[in-house]
Design a protein around this ligand. Structure first.
Ligand code: NAD
Length: 264
């Protein structure tokens, strides 16, 4: 991978700790020679994100709460000042009240529906618009989604509805920015144990089910997602936009549990 990202600069949003999907992506991009900036949510995360960024040679560690337009503006003003232009953007951010990531979708409240859509869907559109304005030579953007957008998965609930909207927004953004040579794609990752995932009901069971029933008979990890992000964010993905690319050990193609899979 070395050299694939040489001379490219980009922003990684959504790094919380070394289990984050954003960390797997950041490591793959850095190995490819990219120069990285990171945004983090809230002061508490700064002391986690700072040292991780330093490991990859980055000192650009900036605060941003994507629920706040002023905070997003401040982030992009800073990037504009420091770098002037961007080549890529990674959006690995999602949020929902975890009390509603269990039980029935039907109980979703209006407030949590709004908050989930705002942070998990609109935030990508909000940052994509600002990032695109900094990509005069074209660029590439990736966000993270999950199969619960396409099919009913236990406990995913309102997050599944939000991811469906996120995937639709990827297609519209791909059209909006395509004329400027900017590509927009989603990676639909299989279940991975992270901070955000630990809020989902029966997550261990979901992971076990995927491991036993996916064509590769294993779960994916942060590195699998990082490698695919590297493809989409580098020139290797030059002909790909508007896509939801599954990095899920093939789980999404399976229609029925295999005979060799034991009962769980
Ligand atoms: P994570 O907890 O490491 O990352 C989630 C990030 O979202 C955190 O860094 C958090 O700070 C950030 N965030 C939440 N609200 C924010 C706000 N208002 N402003 C700024 N940042 C905010 O978990 P993760 O699993 O790495 O999640 C990254 C993305 O991957 C999410 O979109 C998630 O839905 C998606 N995803 C995860 C899985 C999985 O199984 N872990 C599978 C498919 C997709």
């Amino acid at each position: 991978a070395s050299g694939l990202m040489a001379g490219k600069r980009g922003l990684i949003m959504g790094l919380a700790n070394d289990k984050s999907i954003a960390w797997g992506i950041a490591k793959a991009l850095a190995a490819g020679g990219a120069e990285l900036a990171f945004s983090y949510q809230g002061e508490a995360l700064k002391k986690r994100v700072g040292p991780l960024a330093a490991q990859l040679g980055s000192e650009m560690v900036l605060p941003c709460d994507v629920g706040d337009e002023d905070s997003i503006d401040a982030l992009f003003e800073q990037l504009q000042k420091e770098w002037g232009k961007l080549d890529f953007l990674v959006h690995a951010i999602g949020f929902s009240d975890k009390e509603q990531l269990r039980g029935r979708y039907a109980e979703t409240t209006r407030d949590n529906f709004r908050a989930t859509m705002d942070i998990s869907v609109y935030s990508f559109t909000a940052v994509a618009r600002r990032a695109a304005a900094m990509m005069p030579d074209g660029g590439s953007m990736v966000t993270l989604t999950y199969y619960g957008a396409e099919r009913v998965m236990p406990h995913y609930n309102v997050m599944g509805v939000a991811k469906a909207a996120l995937e639709a927004s990827v297609r519209y953004l791909a059209e909006d920015f395509g004329k400027d040579g900017i590509r927009v794609n989603a990676i639909s990752a299989g279940p991975i144990k992270t901070l955000a995932a630990s809020g989902i009901g029966d997550f261990r069971y979901i992971m076990k089910w995927n491991e036993l029933n996916s064509p590769l008979r294993r779960n994916v990890n942060q590195q699998d997602v990082g490698n695919s992000a590297l493809y989409l964010l580098s020139d290797l993905g030059s002909g790909v936009t508007g896509e939801t690319h599954h990095v899920d050990a093939g789980y999404h193609v399976v229609g029925m549990k295999a005979v060799d899979a034991p009962d769980i």
